[in-house]
Design a protein around this ligand. Structure first.
Ligand code: PRP
Ligand code: URA
Length: 242
């Protein structure tokens, strides 16, 4: 199953060492996928998080800073409007992003709550939804346990947050939950810190219109469906439950 999904994404497994260097070029043949540019800044933030000796404070700060950059990328995909404003010295042809009131940030619990804090710093009045999905530690299969979404979520652009996209099972389940509430797949932007092509394929096989914004595409999953090289268990490292 996993192999079939990888092939569906058009990707051959790369080596772990080559994962990062090729992340931005891999996205060129992936429709609706935006990968954060691989710069010394983004790579250093990824390095701070991925280092298994990183103290929790370092992990948390790097994660928050990366999330900030990812949310800015995601916002850039929202439908914007040309506007003309007057500076103190003359007219300026600007752009206006949609109002916070037309957006909704949805976190896939537990780990995505780490990203939600940063979203709320940037957009304090944004509506928030929560979907609790637990991935079975043995089978990696997701179970939907709880959801609470704004009643008018179907009318909103949704930023769906989850730091890790591995098999894609959790993300697909969360998207199913949103679609059942009337959200159109083209109004969903999935915002993520580390993924593999298999997860991207799982989302796009079912919901090709969903946009994905990610910090990095890593090459493979291990036998326990953890991302390699990845960063281990995100929620455990962020919340100190490891
Ligand atoms: C992690 C992560 C994703 C999921 C990704 O959550 O935050 O939701 O695994 O894996 P998948 O793509 O194979 O579904 P997990 O269920 O481990 O729980 P946590 O949020 O409590 O860490
Ligand atoms: N969840 C994580 O936290 N890490 C992985 O590598 C995969 C799923």
């Amino acid at each position: 199953m996993k192999r079939r999904l990888m092939l569906a994404a058009g990707g051959a497994a790369a080596t772990a060492a080559g994962a990062f260097a090729s992340a931005s070029s891999m996205c060129e043949n992936l429709h609706h996928v935006t990968v954060l540019k691989d710069t010394p800044l983004t790579r250093s933030l990824q390095t701070l998080m991925r280092d298994k000796t990183a103290p929790r404070s370092q992990f948390v700060i790097a994660s928050n800073r990366l999330t900030h950059l990812l949310i800015e990328e995601a916002m850039a995909l929202l439908p914007s409007k040309a506007v003309l404003v007057e500076t103190p010295c003359g007219p300026y042809e600007g752009m206006r992003l949609p109002a916070e009131s037309s957006l909704c940030a949805v976190s896939i619990l537990r780990a995505a709550d780490c990203m939600l804090g940063e979203v709320r710093v940037m957009m304090p009045s944004v509506a928030v939804g929560k979907i609790l999905i637990q991935r079975d530690e043995e089978t990696a299969l997701p179970t939907l346990m709880y959801s609470k979404l704004p009643p008018d979520v179907a009318m909103r652009q949704v930023l769906l947050l989850d730091p890790m996209l591995a098999t894609g099972g959790s993300a697909v389940k969360a998207i199913e939950c949103l679609v059942e509430k009337g959200v159109r797949p083209e109004n969903i932007i999935f915002v993520n810190i580390v993924c593999v092509r298999e997860g991207i394929a799982a989302i796009h096989n079912k919901y090709p219109q969903v946009k994905i914004v990610t910090g990095a595409i890593d090459p493979i999953l291990n036998s326990k469906s953890y991302i390699v090289p990845g960063l281990g268990d995100f929620g455990d490292r962020y919340f100190g439950t490891d």
